[in-house]
Every structure is written in C-alpha cells, then in structure tokens.
Design a protein around this ligand. Structure first.
Ligand code: PPE
Length: 309
C-alpha cells in the first residue's frame, strides 16, 4: 500500500506517519468502530468521488446503530474527504473513513472514550483485479453463516461485522477461491465477504433483500438503478443455495469489487462464460458513468475541484 501524503484525523490534515492511536483504544479491543469504503474515479474533469453523500449518510447511520455521536457534521465529513483527495493529489483512489472510540477506560461498556474520526486514501485496484472484472472469479460457499438477525447489526458497516467476513474470505482463499458466498442463518443466499450478490435467471435480476443479513450496498443500489433504466427487471428475493447452479449469470458488487462477474461456484463452472450479457451491459453503463464518460444521470459524482477551477 502506497502511503499518501496526508491523513485527515479529528479535524486536521496530518502526515501519514503521524496518524497513530494508543494500544488501549477502545475499538481495538471491542470491534465497535464504523467505517466506509468510497472510491474516487478519474474523469475528464479530474477526480470525482462516487456517491459521496450516500456513503457519508450510511456512516452516520452506522454510528446511530452503535450509539456513537460523531463530533462532525455530514457536511464537514464530505468537505474533509474532498479536500483530502485533493491534497493527496490522487487521480483516482479508495477512501476509508473510520470512526472509533479512542483510548480511555477499558471495559465493554464504552464510557469516557473519545470518539475519533479519520479518513485515509490510497490508490487501490479493483478488489479482484482487472482480470476479475473482465473474466470473472471463482467462488465457493462458505462453511460460515452470516450473522443472524438480532445478533450483529449487518446493516451497520461496523468493524466487528468483519470478523465474520474475514473468516469467510480466509477460508475461501485457502480453498483456492477468490471469494466466499455466505448463506444467512436460515440457509438463504446473503452476500460475499465484502460484496453483494446478484443472479440473472430467465432474463431477470435477483438479489437478496436486506432481511437476509446483507449490507445495503451502495453499488447494489446503483446497479438496480441502471437495470431499471435499461428495462431489465430486478427482484429482491430470498434465494436458495441451489439457484446458483442453474442461473445464467452471477455477479458481485461493491465499492472495492466494483462489478465482478462470477465464473464458477464450488468448482462448478456456470453454463456460459463470464461475464454474461446482462453483467456486461451493467458493467459498461456503470464504468462509463463513474468515469465521467457518460452523463451523470443519477448525480452520483462529486468532483474534487469544481470543473474549470
Ligand atoms: N457487503 C459487505 C459485507 C461489504 O463489506 C460491502 C463493501 C458490500 C456489501 C458492498 O457495499 P458497497 O461498497 O456500498 O457497494 N465492502 C467494502 C470493504 C471491502 C474491503 O475489502 O475492505 C468496500 O467494498 O469498500
């Protein structure tokens, strides 16, 4: 990971090497941090942050779930993110805001720990590489289940949820897969360790609803918007495990993974090679839009510097 020049921490732009925390930081012990993953894409008008408002809003909602009051407003966080991308001089980058409880008294009940906020940026390729986006990846069902409703708050992007994700992806990679597909506690398809999942069946797009222990992905939302524009029906449905073995296409979405097709599950190749026509069409529209090569119909991009500035 290439160090950027600055990290924004608690309201200030500080050198990368100075962004430190104490080992007794509460969140390090109890997993109660909240984070976001955002991308800035290179466009003809310079870098533009994709869905800035939606990501910051989700971060504030995650904090509400964890009962953490941020010492900054949404507008202040958005401004800090834009300024950081500008100061770090990225053409494109990944952006990682993190809210955590800092050093103070330990004990599970958070009491007297300062709520700290930082934002870091770095240049990051697609999670499964350009090869993954172009040709698809091999995935396998995880032996782990997603968090059951009423246990961990899957709708909050809380660090503690990523203990489950790490068990999933470590096992998947150990078995030679790029990613694990995870079932929810009832045995229905949930998501990947860091991606939402979609199936294409009889020309219709299917994806698990929020009730299947997923993170309500922002890329998921954009894909659903594009599909609606293209007249491709999308349905949120409880999906049984076996559907992946006869559907026409599978793809995964996420800020890091973008739109990554799946070419095999559990060592069983899909009937047709990835990406299938629906996945391909969605990718074309998505990438053209986020890279500023097609009109920004949904108002998804926030340019880091005002055009012509
Ligand atoms: N589910 C999970 C569990 C998840 O972590 C992500 C994002 C998504 C779905 C897709 O959400 P969205 O990015 O809003 O479309 N995972 C982030 C972290 C990945 C990482 O490797 O770190 C991301 O993609 O930034």
């Amino acid at each position: 990971m290439q160090a950027s020049e600055f990290i924004w921490m608690d309201g200030e732009f500080i050198p990368f090497a100075d962004a430190r925390v104490h080992v007794l930081s509460h969140s390090l012990h109890y997993g109660n941090a909240v984070f976001e993953g955002i991308r800035a894409y290179s466009t003809p008008e310079g870098p533009a942050v994709l869905q800035l408002g939606a990501h910051v809003k989700r971060m504030f909602r995650s904090c509400r779930v964890l009962d953490m009051a941020l010492p900054f407003s949404q507008a202040e966080m958005e401004a800090a993110i834009l300024e950081l991308v500008r100061r770090n001089g990225h053409k494109s980058c990944y952006i990682r805001p993190l809210v955590f409880r800092g050093a103070g008294p330990l004990g599970v009940l958070p009491k007297g720990n300062p709520i700290q906020v930082c934002v870091a940026t770095w240049e990051w390729d697609s999670l499964h590489g350009d090869g993954g986006v172009d040709a698809g990846v091999d995935v396998g069902f995880s032996s782990w289940r997603r968090m059951a409703p009423g246990t961990h708050p899957s709708m909050a992007k809380a660090s503690g949820n990523y203990l489950n994700s790490q068990l999933v992806v470590q096992e998947a990679v150990r078995h030679g897969y790029a990613e694990g597909l995870v079932l929810d506690v009832d045995g229905y398809l949930s998501e990947g360790s860091g991606e939402n999942v979609f199936l294409v069946e009889d020309g219709e797009i299917l994806t698990p609803p929020i009730g299947n222990s997923i993170l309500a992905g922002i890329t998921r939302g954009m894909v659903m918007e594009i599909a609606a524009e293209l007249g491709i029906p999308v349905r949120e449905a409880r999906i049984p495990r076996e559907a992946v073995f006869f559907c026409e296409e599978i793809f995964m979405t996420g800020t890091a993974a973008e739109i990554t097709p799946v070419r095999s599950v559990d060592g069983r190749p899909l009937e047709k090679s990835a990406p299938g026509p629906v996945t391909k069409r969605l990718q074309e529209v998505f990438f053209a839009r986020v890279k500023g090569e097609a009109p920004d119909k949904g108002g998804w991009l926030t340019h880091v510097s005002a055009p012509n500035a």
